[in-house]
Design a protein around this ligand. Structure first.
Ligand code: AGP
Length: 615
C-alpha cells in the first residue's frame, strides 16, 4: 500500500527520496509524488503509474533542495490520477502533506472546510489534512508546525501515518502516527535524519531507527528529533539498531525479488534457527517470548490470527503445537476474528503471525485479544513493527527484508518459528519425552541442508512450466500437514500469474471439485512418503481416471509415483513435520516460472500490496 519517505539534511533530497520510494515499490502503488523545499519555495512533482514516470518528470523539470517528502499512492478515494497523487498542498501554498490511511470522517471535514472557502483540488480524503493544518496555523498565535499538525490530527478519525513539510518551518518535518495505517520510522543519521513508512526505504543510509507508536507526533530536523503524544506529553522512545543489511534489499544476480527470496531460503531458514537451538543440549531458547514455565503450564489453548500466506503458515503451526505442546490450537483469519465474539481469557494465548507486522486486520485481532486479557504473542519479520511492539512476547523470523509482494521466505521462516515455539512449549510444559524433543531439535538442525537441496529443482520446474503456463485453472491437493501447502501453492499461482487456482484437502476432492477435472485442469498433488502417501496415490488415480493432468510432488527415490502421474517433481526425504518447508519451494518456483512465461509483473502483481494497512 502507500509508502512514505522524508529527508532533512544537506544532501540532494530528490535522489534520496526517489531511491527510497523505489525501495517501497514492492508495497504496490498506482501513482507517486515528491515535494522539496528549495529556499522558500515548495516544488511538487507527481505522476501516475510507475515511479519511472515520476523520475522522468523530475528529469524534465528538476527539483532542488535538501529537505523533502515523497509518497507512493495506492488509491482508496479518487482514481489514480496526477491531481489525486500526494503530496497535497494547502490553499496558501505553505504546507504539503503525504498520508497513509483513510480519513473516515473526511466528508464531514470537507463540508466544514468548503464552508470556510477552501477549494478542493482532488477527490482524496487526504487533502482535508493539509487544509486543516493551514487553518490551524492561520488561527494560531505564533507559527508552530507541530502544533497546527497536532490540532489537525486530533480532528481525524481512522488510522493514519502523516508527514508534513512547510515553507514557514524550513529545516523541519513533522510526522504523526495514529493507529495502524502502517509504520512511521525515524531514521537517525549524521547531521541528517529520515522518515519512512518501511525500513528498506532508508536502510542504505541508516540502521538506527526510532518507531513511532499510536498517537505520537514527531518533529525532526537534520540534527535532532522530539516526540510527543498527541496530548502534548513528551515521549522518550528507544532507538533500535536494525540488523538487516542493505544488500539483502537488492535483487543481485536475480531477475526478480521473488526469485531471489525463493533462493534466499537456505540462508533465511538458517537465520531463523540460529541462536534459538542449543545444539549441544538440543534445547530451544526463546527469551523474547517472555514466558515462564508456570505460565506455559497454565495455558489451555492458543489462537493463531493471521492473513493470507501467514494464515496458511498458522495452519501448519497448529500441527506442531497440538502435537508437541498438547495445546489446543484454533487458527483464525485476522480479518474475521474481531467480528465474532471469540472465547478467550487469560488462560489463552493469541499468536499473531505477520511478515510486515503492520497488517491492519491482524493488528485489530491482537487488540481484541488484548481487551480479553489473553497472553499476546507475535511472529514478525519486520523488527520494530507494531505487532512486535504491542505483544507480550515475540519471535522474529530473521528472514531479512522480503520485497516481492508474494511472500516466500517469510512463509518458511514463520513455519520454522512455530516449530521452535511448539518445541519450546513442550519443553516448558513437559509434554514430550526428552528423546523425542532431542530428535525434533536434531531434525531442525538438518533443515537448511534439505532446503538447499530442494532449491536444486528449479531447472526441472522451469522446464515443466513451458507446458503448464497456458492453462487457466489449477487444482492443488494435499493432506494432513501438507494441506496448507496446497492452499499456499494455489495462492502463489493466483497472486502472480492471475491463473485461477484452488487448494483443497485431497480427501474433499470427491465431495465436489472432482466435477471440474478434465484434460484442461492440471492437478498438483503433494504426495510425499508419509502416513498419508497411499491415500494421496488413490486421489491421483481418481484424478487421472477423469482425464486430469497430474503433477505429483514426491519424495526422491519414489519410483511408483512416476507410473501414476504425468509429471513428477522430487524433493529430498524430510522428516514429516518439517516436510511443508521443503514442499512449498517447488510450488513457489512453479508460480514464479509460470508468471514469468505469461509476462506478468512478478514482484508487483496488479491490485496487490505488500502490507495491507487498510481494512
Ligand atoms: C502473500 O503472498 C500475500 N501477498 C499476502 O497474503 C500476505 O501474506 C498477507 O497480506 C499477510 O501479510 P503479513 O504477513 O505481512 O501480515
Amino acid at each position: 500500500m502507500c509508502g512514505i519517505v522524508g529527508y532533512v539534511g544537506s544532501r540532494d533530497a530528490a535522489s534520496i527520496i526517489l531511491d527510497g520510494l523505489q525501495r517501497l515499490e514492492y508495497r504496490g502503488y498506482d501513482s507517486a509524488g515528491i515535494a522539496l523545499l528549495d529556499q522558500d519555495q515548495i516544488q511538487i512533482r507527481r505522476d501516475v503509474g510507475k515511479l519511472s514516470n515520476l523520475r522522468r518528470c523530475v528529469e524534465d523539470r528538476p527539483v532542488y533542495g535538501s529537505m523533502g517528502i515523497g509518497h507512493t499512492r495506492w488509491a482508496t478515494h479518487g482514481v489514480p490520477a496526477e491531481h489525486n497523487a500526494h503530496p497535497h498542498i494547502s490553499m496558501d501554498g505553505d504546507y504539503v502533506v503525504v498520508h497513509n490511511g483513510i480519513v473516515e470522517n473526511y466528508l464531514e471535514l470537507r463540508d466544514e472546510l468548503s464552508a470556510e472557502g477552501i477549494v478542493f483540488k482532488s477527490e482524496t480524503d487526504t487533502e482535508v489534512i493539509v487544509h486543516l493544518i493551514e487553518l490551524y496555523a492561520q488561527n494560531g498565535a505564533a507559527h508552530n508546525l507541530t502544533e497546527s499538525t497536532r490540532k489537525a490530527a486530533l480532528r481525524l478519525r481512522g488510522a493514519h501515518a502523516i508527514v508534513v513539510l512547510s515553507k514557514r518551518s524550513p529545516g523541519k518535518l513533522v510526522a504523526v502516527r495514529i493507529g495502524n495505517a502502517g509504520g512511521v520510522a525515524l531514521g537517525l543519521g549524521e547531521n541528517e535524519n529520515y522518515i519512512a513508512s518501511d525500513i528498506p526505504a532508508i536502510l542504505e543510509h541508516t540502521r538506527r531507527l526510532v518507531f513511532l507508536e499510536n498517537r505520537h507526533i514527531a518533529t525532526i530536523t537534520a540534527t535532532d528529533y522530539e516526540i510527543q503524544t498527541l496530548d502534548g506529553d513528551p515521549v522518550a522512545l528507544e532507538a533500535h539498531d536494525i540488523a538487516w543489511d542493505p544488500v539483502s534489499a537488492v535483487k543481485g544476480e536475480h531477475k526478480h525479488f521473488m526469485q531471489k527470496e525463493i533462493f534466499d531460503q537456505a540462508r533465511s531458514v538458517t537465520d531463523t534457527i540460529a541462536g534459538r537451538l542449543d545444539f549441544e543440549h538440543q534445547r530451544i531458547q526463546l527469551p523474547e517470548l517472555n514466558l515462564s514455565e508456570e505460565q506455559a503450564r497454565r495455558l489451555n489453548r492458543l489462537v493463531t490470527v493471521a492473513c493470507g500466506t501467514s494464515y496458511y503458515s498458522g495452519l501448519v503451526g497448529k500441527f506442531y503445537i497440538e502435537h508437541m505442546a498438547k495445546l489446543h490450537v484454533e487458527v483464525d483469519y485476522g480479518s474475521e476474528y474481531r467480528y465474532r465474539d471469540p472465547i478467550i481469557d487469560s488462560s489463552s494465548a493469541v499468536l499473531a503471525i505477520t511478515q510486515s507486522g503492520e497488517t491492519v486486520d491482524t493488528l485489530a485481532a491482537m487488540e481484541e485479544a488484548r481487551d480479553k486479557e489473553a497472553v499476546l504473542w507475535s511472529i514478525v519479520n519486520a523488527v520494530g513493527s507494531q505487532a512486535m511492539r504491542v505483544a507480550d512476547g515475540y519471535i522474529t523470523m530473521n528472514a531479512g527484508p522480503e520485497i516481492g509482494v508474494a511472500s516466500t521466505k517469510a512463509f518458511t521462516s514463520s513455519i520454522v518459528d512455530q516449530y521452535l515455539l511448539a518445541l519450546y512449549l513442550a519443553q516448558l510444559r513437559g509434554t514430550l519425552p526428552i528423546e523425542t524433543q532431542q530428535q525434533y531439535a536434531l531434525d531442525l538442525a538438518h533443515l537448511p541442508d534439505l532446503v538447499s537441496r530442494t532449491l536444486e529443482c528449479d531447472d526441472m520446474v522451469a522446464e515443466l512450466t513451458s507446458e503448464l503456463h497456458q492453462y487457466r485453472d489449477f487444482l492443488f491437493l494435499g493432506r494432513g500437514i501438507n494441506y496448507p501447502i496446497a492452499l499456499e501453492g494455489a495462492l502463489k499461482l493466483k497472486e502472480i500469474s492471475y491463473i485461477h487456482a484452488e487448494g483443497y484437502p485431497a480427501g474433499e476432492m470427491k465431495h465436489g471439485p472432482i466435477a471440474l477435472i478434465d484434460e484442461n485442469m492440471p492437478v498438483l498433488a503433494i504426495a510425499l512418503k508419509d502416513d498419508l502417501y497411499d491415500k494421496m496415490i488413490s486421489q491421483i488415480e481418481q484424478a487421472k481416471a477423469r482425464g486430469g493432468i497430474v503433477i505429483a510432488l514426491a519424495t526422491e527415490g519414489d519410483r511408483l509415483i512416476a507410473s501414476k502421474a504425468d509429471h513428477v517433481l522430487y524433493v529430498p526425504e524430510t522428516p514429516p513435520l518439517l516436510s511443508p518447508v521443503v514442499a512449498v519451494i517447488p510450488l513457489q518456483m512453479l508460480a514464479y516460472h509460470i508468471a514469468v512465461k505469461r509476462g506478468a509483473d512478478v514482484d508487483q502483481p496488479r491490485n496487490l500490496a505488500k502490507s495491507v494497512t487498510v481494512e
